[in-house]
Design a protein around this ligand. Structure first.
Ligand SMILES: [Fe+2]
Length: 451
């Protein structure tokens, strides 16, 4: 057992030999972990009396009869009914949910933003969330929202859960700690975390200010994409996903739990920390993943595969092949294709594509798409390389070329994304983004063989 000191006071389970301290490897495994010896019942879930006087409670992430069902059994100091009382509605005006279509905002367009700057305002995970786009409908559990977070302050005796969504967190700057019911996840740029629907947590700033991106998934959970003919290896490998070991605190202090439920926020007051799960087992858990372990697969002779080949995680919709969300990673890689236009091709897409830059330079846009910045190429709107990228790629001597110092991602959804007033009016929108294609020339003059 590990009894860590500051900045958190949680009693954490020891880690099994051969794994990363504080985490258990594997994607969607049936994990088991206990922060006190013997706290986890063996051979059954619901004994007449649990060890240490703990309460047994199940957290269901799918309907009972889903195949496979996703659920976790928690053994906790108090059942969750003690961490929930009367609710009072509050306003978090910058956190929006779909459907949110502002008649004064035009979402039809190609948009790009610089990094949203920090202010001198103290902001927590909740007050610092800035919704950029919404898509689908939170009430029917389809679609998503994209957010930027700007966090400078830790949540103190303040907890949160979203009944609406699973959160995919993509840090760009600073380090955060997610102290959750099921354990602790420390997160820094080049890593991502998934916080499941319904899981209670608080967010602490380990190194600030912190900025990053969030994809709020209203729909079915993220899963690993099928690799098809690629086979069993490469892309995101299951062993590189890490769920936290159990950790709990026994702290009796007035506390607040904020709940996001059907797009609205409510708080409830309780008298203790709800992070009191001493042991748990199951396959419904938060996890993190190091993007540097993503093994890209690409063209090794000629031509340019679709960007779906860089899918890290996919959240399916009801229709196979048309994801509610794909999370796609554009990272360092070798470019070796012969006689090929190597950057992304010109494109018009029924899926809407929201990109963010974690660090470095993106190959289709050498300028203007900056770390912390975002771009949106909405449903059926054309996009592609700017003139500089086109000319350079069309005239390059095509030897093996390492695309270095680059890490961008895409949240791609089958639904159109609607800009919030914050995205349209307050965030640093680049008014001239659309001009990046203006100088592209007509080269055609009817001459056969001209290239
Ligand atoms: Fe595209």
């Amino acid at each position: 057992m590990n009894h860590p000191t500051d900045p958190h006071e949680m009693t954490q389970a020891s880690t099994q030999v051969g794994t990363h301290a504080g985490y258990m490897p594997g994607f969607g495994n049936d994990f088991e972990t206990e922060a006190l010896p013997g706290a986890l019942p063996q051979g059954m879930n619901s004994p007449q009396r649990c060890n240490y006087g703990l309460y047994g409670e199940q957290l269901s992430g799918t309907a009972f009869t889903a195949n496979p069902p996703e659920r976790t059994w928690c053994y906790r100091i108090r059942p969750s009914v003690k961490h929930s009382h009367r609710y009072e509605k509050i306003d978090l005006p910058y956190w929006k949910s779909a459907p949110f279509v502002d008649p004064d905002v035009i979402s039809l367009g190609q948009y790009r933003w610089d990094a949203v700057p920090h202010s001198d305002q103290g902001l927590t995970w909740l007050t610092g969330m800035r919704t950029m786009t919404t898509a689908g409908d939170v009430n029917t559990q389809v679609g998503m929202a994209s957010h930027i977070y700007l966090v400078t302050e830790s949540m103190v005796d303040d907890y949160f859960y979203s009944a609406d969504s699973e959160l995919l967190v993509v840090p760009q700057e600073g380090r955060l700690r997610f102290a959750t019911e099921l354990g602790i996840i420390d997160l820094e740029p080049k890593e991502i975390a998934i916080i499941p629907r319904g899981l209670v947590y608080r967010v602490e700033v380990l190194e600030g200010p912190a900025r990053g991106f969030v994809c709020e998934n209203y729909g079915q959970k993220f899963e690993l994409p099928g690799r098809g003919p690629i086979g069993a290896n490469c892309m995101a490998n299951p062993r590189d996903f890490k769920a936290p070991v159990a950790a709990f605190e026994d702290r009796e202090v007035p506390s607040t739990v904020t709940v996001k439920w059907c797009g609205q926020f409510h708080t409830t007051k309780i008298n203790q920390s709800p992070l009191d799960v001493v042991a748990w087992h199951g396959n419904y858990a938060p996890y993190k993943y190091d993007l540097r372990t993503y093994c890209p697969v690409g063209a090794i002779l000629f031509d340019h595969p679709d960007p779906s080949i860089f899918t890290v995680l996919t959240a399916p919709s009801g229709q196979p092949g048309t994801a509610n969300i794909d999370f796609v990673l554009f990272r360092e890689r070798w470019m070796v294709a012969e006689d090929t236009f190597r950057p992304p091709w010109y494109h018009k897409n029924i899926m809407s594509e929201l990109m963010g830059n974690i660090y470095g330079q993106y190959d289709a846009k050498p300028q203007g798409f900056v770390p912390g910045g975002m771009s949106l190429h909405n449903m059926m709107l054309p996009h592609g390389p700017d003139r500089e990228a086109f000319e350079k790629a069309s005239n390059a001597n095509l030897g093996p070329d390492k695309l270095d110092n680059t890490m961008s991602f895409m949240f791609e959804t089958r639904f159109p994304q609607h800009l919030t007033p914050f995205a349209a009016n307050e965030a640093p929108l680049q008014d001239d983004y659309i001009d990046c294609w203006t100088s592209l020339e007509k080269k055609f003059d009817g001459t056969p063989g001209k290239k």
